[in-house]
Ligand binder design. Structure first.
Ligand code: ADP
Length: 245
């Protein structure tokens, strides 16, 4: 897998004297799937805000390959191929599943590209490939408003895939999903990583186990523990944080 690694190095974020991130460091390798867990207030959202340029660090550096992200604004960082999926899906209910994906493609390529029939055919193939990837091939012509909660989340992941990100940040994808939808989501994220890096912030530890990837545990704005799910679940520091002192 070629591609760029993400380096978060000694990052601190201070809001009015409060340290939301405190010397946070980790590396995501190209094509890696990584889960990030941690109690409320651990700094997970702030970490994603710093990577996408929404929040600028008070200290430290974030690099994507050789590019220093801390010098760039949000749109420039998105254009580098860093996509973010927020917890709440933002699909268009009144459009079909296919049209939602088409819209996501147009947002990247611009309307001019869509005038050319060759690109239109290529576009159709690409949308169908993404429909297969997210497991919604049978639902392409249905209105997005008719999808289940889980299917809407997959559609939104598909909309991000249309933009061919190199790094995808995914915030709590399985909140409110059925067990079956949760299983599908774990398989989907494991499948789409490899061609791009995927960082998943999640509370559901059973889901994190199903992802079968390296886990970073954050607490008080820094990394508390890192390794396999078995390693971190048996780490006394993690047990202390989760079970109370
Ligand atoms: P998590 O996503 O792990 O729950 P957050 O990154 O949302 O954690 O928050 C980390 C800490 O930073 C929390 O204590 C939160 O209250 C604080 N925080 C986050 N954003 C701001 C802000 N804009 N101003 C002040 N404090 C903030």
């Amino acid at each position: 897998m070629s591609g760029r690694a993400l380096y978060v190095d000694g990052v601190s974020v201070v809001f009015d004297g409060f340290r939301a991130l405190n010397n946070l460091s980790f590396i995501i390798e190209p094509g890696e799937l990584r889960a990030v867990i941690g109690p409320n207030g651990a700094g997970k959202t702030t970490m994603m805000d710093v990577i996408t340029g929404k929040t600028k660090p008070t200290a430290g550096i974030v690099k994507f390959g050789d590019t220093d992200l801390t010098r760039l604004d949000e749109p420039r960082i998105a254009m580098l191929g860093i996509g973010r999926k927020f917890q709440k899906p933002t699909v268009f209910d009144a459009l079909t599943v296919f049209e939602n994906l088409e819209l996501a493609l147009k947002a990247v390529r611009g309307p001019i590209a869509c005038w050319k029939w060759r690109l239109a055919a290529e576009q159709r193939d690409r949308i169908e490939a993404v429909l297969r990837e997210i497991g919604l091939s049978e639902r392409g012509q249905d209105l997005a408003g008719l999808l289940s909660h889980g299917q809407r989340q997959w559609l939104e992941i598909g909309m991000l895939l249309m933009q061919e990100p190199e790094l995808l940040l995914v915030d709590e994808p399985v909140a409110g999903m059925t067990d079956q939808e949760t299983e599908h989501t774990a398989a989907l994220l494991a499948r789409i990583a490899g061609q791009r890096s995927v960082v998943v912030v999640e509370h559901d530890l059973e889901f994190v186990r199903a992802l079968g990837c390296k886990v970073t545990v954050m607490c008080e704005g820094t990394v508390l523990s890192e390794g396999s799910i078995d390693h971190v679940q048996n780490d006394p520091r993690v047990i202390e944080v989760y079970l109370g002192r």
